[in-house]
Design a protein around this ligand. Structure first.
Ligand code: ADE
Length: 256
């Protein structure tokens, strides 16, 4: 067991709500205007924090977590827009690969993505994606094998009964909220990604720089199309409950 706490991160309050209620909280600290809440969750030392939205906020918080709290691993939990047409609101995605889809070069009116930090022209040698350690993903698969995700309200499934799915795959991160079917289809075709969000790969980049393992768990709150802002508002709290159920199972694997 590591004696170092886990950085338990979300972007917004709706995403931490389920976990906050269960945290045996210690003394909170504020750094850079952000409230960091140390405590124990199911007996595991953690620091719970909301980053605010976007990659810079996420990177700032991930850096403070390791520099001021000495976290040994990161677990990001929250919601995302679905890119894969087979996904529905309430499904949960675990990132096997995280790509910052908005870093790169604009050529001929289109963005050619590069790995963050790489010179964005010439041969693309460095891998685009950040990846968690394979043994950790294996443990996550085993820990989640028999998990039944909470059912979503009828409004989220178009009133059709639907058993929420748990999927492992590629997740995109960028500083845009996606509300466009055309772009959704293009990003799905280009990256084969399951979901899109605004913080995960920034945390992964910081985690990699400090040599810390990480996992990103995202429940689908909307389908990244014209209705996405409305769906996000309506379904984030219910979807985040699914992500929290997954986090509960993953904490012991990360605490090792
Ligand atoms: N997080 C939740 N929904 C999202 C969307 N449609 N685009 C980007 N991030 C999101």
């Amino acid at each position: 067991m590591t004696t170092r706490p886990i950085g338990l991160i979300s972007a917004i309050a709706e995403e931490t709500a389920m976990l906050r209620g269960r945290l045996n909280a210690g003394a909170a600290e504020t750094h850079a205007g952000v409230r960091f809440q140390p405590g124990r969750l199911d007996g595991v030392e953690a620091v719970l924090v909301e980053t605010g939205i976007g990659k810079v906020n996420a990177a700032l918080v991930a850096t403070v977590l390791v520099e001021r709290f000495g976290v040994g691993a990161y677990l990001f939990t929250g919601v995302a827009g679905g890119l894969d047409p087979n996904l529905g609101v309430g499904d949960v995605v675990i990132a096997e690969r995280l790509i910052q889809h908005d870093y790169g070069a604009i050529v001929g009116g289109r963005l050619e993505p590069y790995r963050p930090g790489a010179l964005p022209f010439g041969a693309r040698r460095a891998p685009l994606a950040f990846t968690p350690p394979e043994p950790l993903l294996e443990e996550a698969r085993a820990a989640l094998a028999d998990l039944a995700l909470p059912e979503m309200p009828a409004a989220a499934t178009g009133a059709a009964p639907r058993k929420p799915q748990l999927r492992f795959g590629t997740v995109l991160t960028g500083d845009q909220f996606l509300a466009c079917e055309e772009t959704r289809a293009r990003l799905f075709a280009e990256h084969g990604a399951l979901a899109i969000e605004m913080e995960g790969a920034a945390v992964a980049q910081v985690a990699e720089a400090y040599g810390r393992p990480w996992l990103v768990v995202r429940a689908i709150s909307d389908l990244a199309g014209r209705e996405s802002a409305r769906d996000f508002t309506a379904f984030t709290a219910a979807a985040a409950a699914g992500a929290a159920a997954v986090v509960t199972r993953l904490l012991p694997a990360l605490a090792r």
